[in-house]
Design a protein around this ligand. Structure first.
Ligand SMILES: Cc1cc2nc3c(=O)[nH]c(=O)nc-3n(C[C@H](O)[C@H](O)[C@H](O)COP(=O)(O)OP(=O)(O)OC[C@H]3O[C@@H](n4cnc5c(N)ncnc54)[C@H](O)[C@@H]3O)c2cc1C
Length: 430
């Protein structure tokens, strides 16, 4: 009998548990350790911040689903991984011993790296549903005294899509309220160009997103390093291609939402061999840590090198489909190890994304995620807005049912030529 522990019950951790359970024997124990008992669908946070969704509509109570699936659930949170002892210390000081550990803790939000950044200071966030609710309360206050808006992502950020989404959603909401004429908007980003997205662009995301910003009268500043944020002003340096500041700007705002840089969570940060300098978990192509081979990692907590140098640091986004591919590879590999086989499954890390603008949107497929690519496609239209709504409903349904990849999803994605694994037991690639 073996014990597999999944640390973190967000997108990656929950799907990892659903995918692992049928691959383990009935005698094997599977335990998920989360922080609290609710799962929230993070991609809907921009809608919560705009008042288009309530928290209740995007949450699932996990212990019920997990117990139906024969998965143990501990809600008290992990305090520290002790990889040398194969034990996880919990917040209450107790321990769980594991044979295999899957780390899926997502990011810690590094608001403290910039003075004045974050919901405890002067800017809003949509990274967590709690933040999105506060961003909505603050937006409702802002509507009483409208003024300039800044939306964007600071230096070191890796998640740019939701910043574009939120800028366009706010624009749509303000136009619906016939208040857009009272709100000058600026998009401030660490990206070297609009539509870079931490991926050096996908298809024509540069052209599509620049055109959308222009159409909606949203100005932009790229290669922006935010130096300090005050109660109603953001201090920004524009960095040139020679890495030298070329312009210092102070932008006033009445409402600002800036995505922060991410780092690894304290339960894993600073463990020699397990994590890199920023606390992200080091994995090989099998999602396995080279120093502690009974540890795997999936999702935003995984260390991935940037696509290339940029004047202001930008990270690579870890998007939903990419995370699902990490989950499938991890479940296959742990199952192989438990059955005395070599772990050979490798995730594709392809990016497939829908970015909603409230009344339209952009979709893209990057295969592989790092250029040059075999598939480098982006498109725009009203259909993306409806597709994203349908995707939310579909995803929440599969999370409630305890499914990772229903057969029809696999069938459709395979038909589109989009695969989760590049190297799998049934079709080994030499
Ligand atoms: C606002 C926003 C919108 C996004 N929209 C999209 C989108 O539309 N499409 C897309 O493909 N991607 C999107 N992403 C990117 C990505 O899909 C999500 O961030 C996704 O939630 C990441 O999954 P994860 O499992 O790595 O981390 P999370 O979903 O953040 O889950 C991590 C979990 O680990 C828990 N945890 C942390 N530390 C501990 C600990 N010590 N003990 C126990 N539990 C712990 C956390 O509480 C959390 O529940 C978006 C990201 C953001 C921030």
């Amino acid at each position: 009998m073996s014990t597999v522990v999944v640390l973190g019950a967000g997108l990656g951790g929950t799907l990892a548990a659903y995918e692992l359970r049928p691959k383990l024997s009935p005698n094997d124990q599977l335990v998920v350790v989360g922080q609290g008992s609710q799962y929230h669908f993070v991609p809907s946070n921009p809608w919560v911040a705009a008042g288009w969704r309530t928290r209740h509509e995007i949450e699932i109570t996990l212990p019920e689903v997990m117990s139906r699936k024969g998965i143990g659930y501990v809600s008290k949170g992990g305090k520290r991984v002790h990889p040398g002892e194969s034990r996880l210390e919990l917040e209450d000081g107790s321990y769980i011993a594991y044979d295999y550990l899957v780390i899926a803790t997502g990011p810690e939000l590094a608001f403290d790296e910039i003075e004045g950044l974050g919901p405890d200071n002067f800017t809003q966030s949509i990274c967590h549903v709690d933040h999105a609710e506060r961003a909505n309360a603050s937006f409702n206050e802002f509507l009483k005294h409208p003024g300039p808006v800044i939306v964007g992502a600071v230096q070191g950020a890796s998640c740019f899509g939701p910043a574009y989404e939120f800028a366009f959603i706010l624009d749509t909401e303000l136009r619906r309220r016939r208040m857009r004429d009272k709100v000058p908007m600026t998009f401030v980003t660490a990206e070297p160009y609009i539509g870079h997205l931490g991926l050096d662009g996908v298809g024509d995301t540069k052209g599509l997103l620049e055109s959308e910003l222009r159409k909606r009268h949203i100005k932009w500043i790229t290669s922006a390093r935010v130096t300090r944020i005050e109660s109603a002003a953001m201090n920004i340096e524009e960095i040139g291609d020679d890495n030298i500041p070329k312009n210092a700007i102070t932008l006033p705002f009445s409402y600002a939402m800036m995505l922060p840089a991410f780092r690894g969570v304290s339960a894993v940060r600073g463990i020699e061999g397990l994590t890199n300098a920023r606390g992200f978990v080091i994995v090989d192509k099998k999602q396995r840590n080279p120093s502690f081979p009974n540890i795997f990692a999936v999702g935003v907590c995984v260390a991935i090198a940037p696509t290339g140098p940029t004047p202001v640091p930008v990270g690579v986004p870890k998007t939903g489909f990419m995370i699902e591919s990490m989950v499938t590879a991890t479940a296959e590999n742990i199952s192989a190890l438990l059955n005395g086989r070599d772990p050979i499954s490798e995730a594709t890390w392809n990016a497939v994304c829908l970015a909603d603008f409230g009344d339209g949107g952009v979709a893209f497929v990057a295969e592989p995620q790092i250029p040059p690519r075999n598939v480098n496609w982006s498109a725009q239209g009203k259909w993306v807005h409806y597709a994203k709504q349908a995707f939310e409903k579909y995803y929440l349904r599969k999370m409630r049912r305890g499914e990772s990849e229903p057969f029809y999803e696999r069938w459709i994605m395979e038909a589109l030529g989009i695969h989760r694994l590049s190297r799998a037991p049934s079709k080994e690639v030499s």
